[in-house]
Ligand binder design. Structure first.
Ligand SMILES: *[C@@H]1O[C@H](CO)[C@@H](O)[C@H](O)[C@H]1NC(C)=O
Ligand SMILES: *[C@@H]1O[C@H](CO)[C@@H](O)[C@H](O)[C@H]1NC(C)=O
Ligand SMILES: *[C@@H]1O[C@H](CO)[C@@H](O)[C@H](O)[C@H]1NC(C)=O
Ligand SMILES: *[C@@H]1O[C@H](CO)[C@@H](O)[C@H](O)[C@H]1NC(C)=O
Ligand SMILES: [Ca+2]
Ligand SMILES: [Ca+2]
Length: 267
């Protein structure tokens, strides 16, 4: 076992444990509790970054970012064929989709959504993501996604999300086509053999895995490493016995950024 543990104050874990063991507070930390805790920490960190980013763009310091203030980089403006422009990231449409109350300005909540659309719950923004997805996949330019466009591009993203432990690592084309057709027909609610923007909504979160996906992966990892008695959850003792698992999981993310993230949690 690694000896990093001796440098970690046990008191830190003792204080941390009840913060994670919240739903319910039963003396055990579950995958779900770890995921939720990680999401809270990540959301704080992301919002903090957005606040700093906002200071850069909010030129008149009114606490809002207007579309004019959010100047796209010049390489995007001067080149219509550039990746960034095609992506729509700097388009007014993306800005408008982030502007929940439609006042033409983004407050910090809206600006944070603007920067992290796939973690947003805003229906307007999720719809925008679907629209961009159709635009990107729609090679025959009919405004919708047909089966070929779905199969050669989208399906892989969606499939890998759910079936991490699928059996063969290189399944044949044929063995994938039938599950792809199945999913396609499930999504094609109006049965026109094309997927519209609305019909992509149920899978948009899988196309753009949000923070929850990574949080859950990390929770699974922590439990797999520290669950000594294999009951699928962690006791405080298991945490204390495996402190390096938490240390690396919790402090792996940009230590260089600044001291904000997790440290003030434990003062
Ligand atoms: C980019 O395209 C828009 C409309 O599609 C056009 O109005 C604009 O002039 C173009 N800009 C450049 C630099 O080509
Ligand atoms: C964005 O919204 C503004 C009004 O706030 C409107 O004038 C503009 O045309 C919209 N742009 C797009 C691309 O929808
Ligand atoms: C920003 O505006 C949205 C939409 O009006 C609102 O729901 C949200 O609470 C606002 N955020 C802040 C921090 O004021
Ligand atoms: C994978 O599939 C093959 C046959 O398709 C089977 O023999 C094997 O046991 C499977 N492996 C796992 C881990 O399920
Ligand atoms: Ca607004
Ligand atoms: Ca359809």
């Amino acid at each position: 076992m690694m000896r990093i543990s001796s440098t970690l104050p046990i008191g830190w874990l003792v204080m941390l444990f009840p913060k994670i063991d919240a739903d319910p507070a039963d003396g055990f930390v579950t995958e779900n509790e770890l995921t939720e805790w990680h999401l809270q920490q990540a959301a704080k960190e992301v919002l903090h970054r957005s606040m700093r980013e906002m200071e850069v763009h909010d030129k008149n310091h009114d606490g809002f970012v207007s579309f004019a203030e959010y100047e796209p980089p010049s390489w995007v403006k001067n080149d219509n064929n550039s990746f960034g422009y095609d992506m729509g990231w700097w388009k007014e449409e993306h800005f408008n989709a982030s502007d929940a109350n439609g006042d033409g300005l983004l407050n910090i909540t809206e600006f944070n959504d603007f920067l992290h659309p796939s973690d947003s719950k805003s229906p307007k923004l999720l719809h925008w993501l679907c629209k961009e997805e159709v635009r990107e996949r729609d090679t025959d330019r009919d405004g919708k996604v047909n089966f070929d466009e779905f199969f050669h591009g989208l399906f892989d993203l969606v499939r890998n999300y759910d079936e991490e432990d699928h059996n063969s690592s290189h399944p044949s084309h044929d063995s994938l086509e039938s599950p792809a057709r199945h999913l396609f027909s499930q999504l094609d609610k109006d049965g026109d053999r094309l997927l519209s923007e609305e019909e992509l909504l149920p899978i948009i979160g899988k196309i753009h895995p949000s923070e929850r996906y990574y949080a859950k992966q990390q929770a699974d990892y922590i439990i797999s490493q520290a669950d000594s008695d294999k009951d699928g959850r962690l006791s405080l003792l298991e945490m204390i016995e495996n402190p390096y698992v938490f240390y690396s999981a919790i402090f792996s993310e940009d230590e260089d950024d600044d001291d904000y993230e997790y440290h003030d949690e434990f003062r």
